[in-house]
Design a protein around this ligand. Structure first.
Ligand code: DGJ
Length: 690
């Protein structure tokens, strides 16, 4: 809901539980008023009437209070907008008008030929903010920095920052630290979202999992990005974020050109970290993820089973076993195309390897369909191996700097997707591929970061960083429109490209190349802070773990860990015993029963993975399911009961596993005994209200 003061200078956006208000002063300074619990327009107007504090000649009354600090004038904070023309640097804007369209509010400002529009939209309790910049003047306008938003927090003592940090095979691990004066900057200068940080931060002072105020911000951009959290000299806190990592030049807008920043979304919750996560999840399922109300199938992926050693026969053998355990989607990973028999060759040549698939992919796809499964393939369209037909034909299609070495990582170079000929090549190849065989699913990988991001002949600052992302989005949009039955997974060596931007164009994401079920608990715990289980792909692989650490774990532990997301199987099923296959079939069957709760229900994190016992609970309607994992029982001490959440204290619940009837109040206050013991034990407990 949007309310506007009579004088047209105070705007109040409200969701079911929260409000967000801004105010334009008589001097056209756009000030932040409120972000927090729901308030009335009269409250916002009362806030607007408060005078700005006194200040010395070394301070600015605007700092820490402005909605979108520009560069120039009495401001010393990090500018969200920094522009220059050949004559001037900075912005001195005047307010032009506000507009509304549906639930979107637009505040339009102008500085000479530059039109700056701030956009706001409330989606339930998530505020979406973005900015458009139009160069309406005759001269080029250089955007040194154009952030999507600056978020202002209320005055409080002791802000704590939560972030999700990581690296390859160790993504999205939650870490918390108290803010001190100055700035904390996270981001990626790699050309993709990166494994190092998810573009999300949360700020609180005293929140727990279930209680307290949490402010969260998440960016929808799949290229380089930056979020800066600043505690200013008066202890006020602002969070500024957007595309691009530094301030040295994002884009040059020629006369008549415009740029729209990605969305930076913000959420206030007083339900603690759990409440904030549930609100983020609901927002993404409703507004971001395509067709999120549809179940994601249980998939099998060939990567850990075969690596590059792909043959039609071996894939068929795996497919037969996958079908027998209840898998619904069979995915052939890397190695089916070009001369791709290892990392060194073939990327870029998106036609089936003639030795491995003499009649193309269709015969295998047909067989997979005949087994009752969907068929999927792996691609990595943005890359090329120097040893490929594509590179031999078009060595200038990659990112490179004239006269400099072309840095290879994993023996591959990055295609310059800003080029229209590259875009057309990829569209033609992928469209042909998806037409050539009944393909239902595409795992879209991206296995190296930008290093030599140059486009010889193009003026600086080069559009390549931004246009690569736009071209990727356009390609995905075009493929989705042309092949509406095909689902896409975003992968970047695991979780190197997970953000709200890619999520609005893909159906799920590959969370991490780390398939060790114990490590995964922490990775999933962090991931779940912002993103829902509906997109979080998780595979059961072999024991000892092949990909990473050789850890030995039971099938039970591996399945329970992976069933907390979109379940997949990635082990070499041709080596699994009959007993293991039978057990796997039972787990897959159980997953299908609980899938509606996991993929569409509300998540409650009952205990974090640190320490012995960790558990998550999903609730939907009258049903709940608990997935509990015990890392290690110490000193023979009893494993604690799990206090459940989201139940009706006045109702009774039947445990589907034991037939026992539990009272809701008892489960909520005293907990559920899991029966777990020893090391790496795990269980699934289903409850139904009676
Ligand atoms: C990285 C992915 O994360 C893996 O799952 C696998 O697809 C490999 N790439 C294939 O090269």
């Amino acid at each position: 809901m949007l309310e506007i003061a009579e004088n047209g200078r105070t705007w109040l956006l409200s969701g079911p539980l929260s409000s967000y208000a801004v105010h334009l002063t008589g001097d056209d300074e756009l000030l932040h008023l409120h972000w927090g619990p729901r308030i009335a327009l009269a409250d916002a107007e009362a806030l607007a009437a408060r005078p700005l504090p006194d200040h010395s000649s070394f301070e600015s009354p605007l700092d820490g209070r402005e909605e979108y600090p520009v560069e120039g004038g009495p401001r010393f904070v990090r500018p969200a907008l920094s522009v220059r023309t050949d004559e001037r640097r900075g912005t001195e804007w005047g307010f032009e008008a506000y507009e509304t369209e549906g639930d979107e509010l637009r505040l339009r400002f102008r500085d000479a030929g530059a039109a700056v529009t701030l956009h706001y939209r409330m989606r339930d309790d998530v505020v979406e903010r973005w900015v458009t910049l139009d160069n309406q003047g005759p001269a080029p306008l250089e955007l040194l920095r154009a952030d999507s938003a600056t978020w202002t927090l209320p005055d409080r003592d002791g802000w704590r920052l939560s972030q999700l940090h990581g690296r390859w095979a160790a993504e999205s691990r939650l870490t918390q630290s108290y803010l001190t004066y100055g700035e904390k900057v996270i981001g990626s200068r790699r050309g993709h979202t990166g494994h190092q940080h998810l573009p999300w931060v949360a700020l609180d002072t005293d929140a727990t999992e279930e209680r307290g105020e949490v402010y969260g911000c998440a960016l929808g951009w799949s290229g380089s990005w930056r979020i800066a959290v600043a505690q200013l000299p008066d202890a006020r806190v602002q969070i500024t974020g957007g595309a691009g990592h530094d301030d040295s030049g994002l884009l040059r807008l020629a006369a008549g050109e415009s740029f729209t920043t990605p969305v930076f979304a913000g959420l206030w919750s007083d339900g603690g970290f759990g409440g904030a996560s549930r609100a983020w999840h609901a927002y993404q399922r409703t507004y971001v993820i395509p067709e999120a109300d549809r179940d994601r199938p249980v998939l099998f992926n060939s990567w850990e089973a075969t690596h590059f050693d792909i043959s039609e026969e071996r894939q068929r053998a795996l497919a037969r076993r996958a079908a027998a355990i209840g898998v619904e989607l069979f995915v052939v990973d890397d190695g089916w195309f070009g001369a791709r028999t290892g990392e060194r060759a073939g990327l870029g040549d998106w036609t089936p390897n003639p030795d491995r698939f003499p009649a193309g992919l269709k015969p295998l796809a047909d067989d997979v369909h005949a087994l009752g499964m969907q068929f999927g393939i792996w691609v990595e369209p943005e890359m090329v191996n120097p040893d490929s037909d594509l590179y031999r034909a078009h060595p200038d299609w990659v990112q490179y700097q004239t006269g400099r070495k072309r840095t290879e990582l994993r023996h591959q170079l990055v295609l310059n997707l800003a080029r229209e000929d590259v875009q057309e090549y990829l569209w033609e190849r992928l469209d042909t591929l998806l037409t050539s065989a009944p393909i239902d699913y595409v795992k879209w990988d991206f296995n190296r970061s930008f290093t030599d991001a140059g486009w010889p002949g193009e003026a600086y600052p080069q559009r390549l960083w931004v246009d690569h992302v736009h071209a990727l989005y356009a390609l995905l949009d075009r493929l989705r429109a042309a092949h509406p039955g095909v689902a896409f997974e975003s992968c970047s060596g695991g979780g190197g490209r997970i953000d709200l931007g890619i999520m609005s164009r893909t159906d799920q994401v590959w969370t991490s190349d780390n398939t060790d079920p114990l490590d995964r608990l922490s990775i999933q715990h962090g991931f779940s802070q912002v993103h829902p289980a509906r997109v979080m792909a998780a595979w059961v692989t072999d024991s000892p773990n092949v990909q990473l650490n050789g850890r030995v774990s039971s099938l039970r532990f591996r399945f329970v860990s992976a069933m907390a997301g979109v379940l997949g199987v990635g082990g070499d099923l041709t080596r699994w015993t009959e007993e293991e296959l039978a057990e796997a079939r039972d787990w897959v069957g159980l997953y299908k029963e609980i899938r509606p709760l996991v993929q569409h229900g509300d998540l409650y994190r009952l205990r974090p993975p640190q320490g012995g016992l960790s558990a998550v609970q999903y609730v939907r309607g009258d049903e709940a399911v608990v997935l509990a994992c015990l890392q290690a029982q110490r000193y023979g001490e009893p494993v604690p009961a799990l206090r459940l959440r989201g139940l009706d204290p006045t109702a009774s619940y039947e445990c589907r596993e034991t037939g026992e009837v539990h009272r809701g109040a008892v489960l909520l206050h005293h907990g559920l005994r899991t029966g777990l013991h020893g090391d790496l034990d795990a269980t699934v407990i289903r409850l139904r209200r009676i």
